[in-house]
Design a protein around this ligand. Structure first.
Ligand SMILES: [Zn+2]
Ligand SMILES: [Zn+2]
Length: 275
C-alpha cells in the first residue's frame, strides 16, 4: 500500500461512474460501517457503485460479505495468479460456492503474472498459473459470469490460453497496461478493457496510445484502489472516490467529453456485470 503522501482531495463530482475493479478490504474496510464510509465518500463525487475484487480465499469470503452489507457493492472472486498454487480441491469447492452467490458479478482476478515468479517468496510458477487460469476460465463459463483478467507481462500466453480454452461470453482485462497492438487484439476478440490510474501517468506513452483505439462499447474504468493512484497524486493512497481523476484524464486522451465517457463506461459496466 502507498504511504507517506496525504490522501488526494475530493475531485469535482462526475456522475454516474462505476468503479469496475477495486479492493475495499485493502483500502481499510473491515465491517459494514467502514465499507459504507468508503462507498459514501465515492458516491459523494458520483462513483455510485463499486466491484470489490478478491485475490485469495479469505478476501473472497470478505468480498461476498461486503456485497451483502451494501447494495452499492458487488463482488468478484478468484485466486490471483500469483497465488494459483493454493488452488487445491477445497479451494476450488469453496470458490465455486462463493462465485455462485447472486452478489458476485465476475470470476476474478485471475490470469497470468509473469513479473513476480522468482521475485516474490511463494509465488506460483508459470505452469501452475496457467493451470489455475484454465480452471477459472472453465468456472466462468459454467456459471455464465464474466472473467476478470489480471495480466502482467503475459500478453501472448493470455491470448493463447483464452483461445485454446474457449473464452466465456465476457472477458474483462482489468488495469489494461499493454500497448496498441495488444489492445487491438483484445478488441478484435470482443474483450472489454478496463483502465486504471496508470493511464493518467505522463510516462505511460504506449498505454496512453492504446487507450485511444478502444471502441466506446468495450471500455471500463477502475481504481484498483488502494494501488495506482492517478496523476497528480501518484504515491498517495487511492480509493474509489479518486476515479473521476482517471475518467477526466482518459476523456482528454480520447478527446471525449468526461460526462459522456462517464455515461458510456457506466452503461458498459451495467451491461457486462448485469447490475
Ligand atoms: Zn490485478
Ligand atoms: Zn486488483
Amino acid at each position: 500500500m502507498s504511504a507517506g503522501r496525504p490522501a488526494p482531495e475530493l475531485p469535482e463530482p462526475l456522475s454516474p461512474i462505476v468503479d469496475a475493479h477495486t479492493h475495499l478490504d485493502a483500502c481499510g474496510a473491515t465491517d459494514a460501517a467502514s465499507t459504507a464510509a468508503i462507498v459514501d465518500r465515492a458516491a459523494s463525487v458520483g462513483v455510485g457503485r463499486v466491484v470489490t475484487v478478491a485475490d485469495d480465499l479469505a478476501a473472497a469470503r470478505w468480498a461476498v460479505r461486503a456485497a451483502h452489507w451494501d447494495d452499492r457493492v458487488f463482488a468478484a472472486v478468484a485466486l490471483h495468479p500469483t497465488r494459483a498454487n493454493a488452488l487445491d480441491d477445497d479451494a476450488k469447492a469453496e470458490l465455486e460456492q462463493l462465485a455462485d452467490d447472486p452478489r458476485v458479478v465476475a470470476v476474478g482476478e485471475t490470469g497470468l503474472d509473469y513479473y513476480w515468479p522468482g521475485k516474490l517468496e511463494g509465488c506460483a510458477d508459470i505452469e501452475t498459473q496457467i493451470e489455475g487460469f484454465r480452471w477459472h476460465i472453465d468456472l466462468a463459463k459454467r456459471i455464465r459470469k464474466p472473467l476478470m483478467i489480471h495480466n502482467r507481462e503475459a500478453d501472448h500466453d493470455l491470448l493463447t490460453v483464452l483461445l485454446d480454452e474457449g473464452p466465456p461470453d465476457t472477458v474483462i482485462f482489468h488495469c489494461f497496461s499493454s500497448d496498441t497492438n495488444m489492445a487491438l487484439s483484445c478488441v478484435a476478440e470482443g474483450y472489454v478493457l478496463s483502465f486504471s490510474g496508470t493511464v493518467s501517468f505522463r510516462n505511460a506513452h504506449e498505454l496512453r496510445e492504446a487507450a485511444k483505439v478502444v471502441p466506446d462499447d468495450q471500455i471500463l474504468v477502475e481504481t484498483d484502489a488502494p494501488y495506482l493512484t492517478p496523476h497528480p497524486f501518484r504515491g498517495a493512497p487511492n480509493e474509489p472516490y479518486c476515479l473521476p481523476y482517471t475518467v477526466r484524464a482518459l476523456a482528454q486522451l480520447r478527446e471525449q467529453d468526461p460526462v459522456e465517457l462517464a455515461k458510456i463506461t457506466t452503461a458498459n459496466a451495467r451491461r457486462v456485470y448485469r447490475i
